[in-house]
Design a protein around this ligand. Structure first.
Ligand SMILES: Nc1ncnc2c1ncn2[C@@H]1O[C@H](COP(=O)(O)OP(=O)(O)OP(=O)(O)O)[C@@H](O)[C@H]1O
Length: 254
């Protein structure tokens, strides 16, 4: 049977050196829902989102994913010499495998058969390039940052970079969208816009998970996963509020 949750994490354990940060964390991210990940500073929220994304591997437990993942990271730094415009940063998302059209992927497979992998890598058809440009424009417009398209990424403010990286995540067109405090440092209007964007992504069937401290985000989320924090060697508890029926049965009352 196909799960309605494209991401399932089971009994995750993770330690930095020998200091446990996450222990026995299980959760599912349902398609079409926004899941907020909350908890005090140092509780392991960023670590958890990295494990869910696959950029960090759990010491124990497993993460199963049935869809491509887009990860929007926190507090992006950029060296002054980074030779990328905001548009180019978003285009990296648009060029990711999940953002490619089924037709293009079929073309890739045919190209691979005819020319081999090395040959097809350099071949980006006109239709694909137009499609990518459209996704870049659409994503930047949705975060209200299209005016930044030609600006060097490294010269943007922290808040502007955050919006551009959210646009990059949207441009991937992934079935699982993970964000680590995407609206940190943004003003109230931008935070509200980010909230609405995540809800809109969920309404398209995307499984969205967002680390956040913002009470309005927590109130708006379909469900909330709380990491208890405390001393690092304590067992991390995942608790769910009453309004989280989707997860209630999955977590077995943890
Ligand atoms: N690379 C690292 N090496 C060692 N310890 C780390 C590393 N990254 C994080 N930690 C520690 O792991 C714990 C969890 O960190 P993490 O960033 O996941 O928490 P968080 O809940 O996201 O915190 P915050 O809300 O402050 O962003 C903290 O005690 C932190 O100091």
């Amino acid at each position: 049977m196909v799960s309605l949750s494209p991401l399932r994490a089971t009994a995750l354990y993770y330690a930095y050196d020998r200091t446990p940060v996450l222990s026995d964390v299980s959760l599912e991210l349902p398609a079409g829902r926004v899941t907020a990940i909350a908890g005090p500073n140092g509780a392991g929220k960023s670590t958890l989102i990295e494990l869910l994304a696959g950029v960090r591997l759990p010491d124990e437990g497993r993460v199963e994913r049935d869809a491509a993942v887009a990860l929007v990271v926190q507090r992006p730094l950029a060296p002054a010499e980074l030779p990328l415009t905001a548009g180019a940063v978003v285009a990296l998302g648009a060029a990711a495998p999940a953002g490619r059209s089924a037709r293009r992927r079929a073309g890739d497979r045919a190209g691979a058969r005819l020319f081999g992998r090395a040959e097809r890598v350099g071949r980006v058809g006109l239709a694909e390039r137009v499609g990518r440009a459209e996704r870049v424009t659409d994503a930047l417009t949705r975060v209200g940052a299209f005016d930044l398209v030609d600006r060097p990424f490294a010269e943007l403010s922290g808040g502007q970079r955050q919006r551009v990286l959210i646009a990059q995540g949207l441009a991937v067109g992934a079935g699982i969208l993970l964000l680590d405090e995407p609206a940190a440092g943004l003003d109230a209007d931008s935070r509200a816009r980010t909230r609405a964007l995540l809800a809109a992504e969920a309404s398209r069937g995307v499984a969205v998970a967002c680390v956040t401290h913002d009470p309005d985000d927590l109130a708006a989320a379909d469900s909330v996963v709380r990491l208890a924090g405390g001393l690092a060697h304590e067992k991390v508890r995942v608790t769910l509020p009453q309004q989280s029926p989707v997860f209630g049965s999955e977590l077995g009352g943890k």
